[in-house]
Design a protein. Structure first.
Ligand code: ZN
Length: 147
């Protein structure tokens, strides 16, 4: 199995068996984003405590890229600090823009499987949507970050 097939399998697996699927109880951050180009929707709910993502869950519908990306993003961001999530976001968007290769982004976990999506410019928005959702959630907690 070459790396492309492996990545393809990971994307399928996450879209069929999404991690962190649903809605957290009493979230203190949420974002609902819609990608009209493809019809993808992501409803993200989080519990952030002391600058750390304690719990995260998403509901959504749309293409397998957007749903797999939401699952991968939620999985990797759970338990991370808001600051770490911002670093992951920068890494992921750098990978999508072709500024970084997946092999240099192992912090992203399964989300490196989405590297190949950048070849299809119309689908980049699908892959980015969940990351834009968590960016929106995290921006509410920016003031809590100590520099
Ligand atoms: Zn899509």
């Amino acid at each position: 199995m070459d790396v492309n097939e492996l990545y393809q399998d990971l994307i399928l697996d996450h879209s069929k068996n999404p991690r962190c699927h649903g809605c957290v109880l009493n979230p203190n951050a949420k974002a609902c984003l819609y990608n009209p180009l493809c019809g993808d929707q992501i409803d993200l709910t989080l519990i952030v405590e002391d600058g750390v993502i304690k719990d995260i869950a998403f509901n959504g519908q749309g293409c397998s890229v957007s749903q797999a990306s939401a699952s991968m993003m939620s999985d990797i961001c759970k338990g991370k600090s808001v600051t770490e999530v911002k670093e992951l976001l920068a890494l992921f968007s750098g990978m999508m823009k072709g500024e970084k290769d997946g092999e240099d982004c192992e912090e992203l976990g399964d989300a490196v499987a989405l590297e190949g999506v950048r070849k299809f410019s119309a689908r980049i928005k699908c892959a980015m949507l969940p990351w834009e959702a968590i960016a929106q959630c995290c921006s509410n907690f920016e003031s809590g970050d100590s520099k």
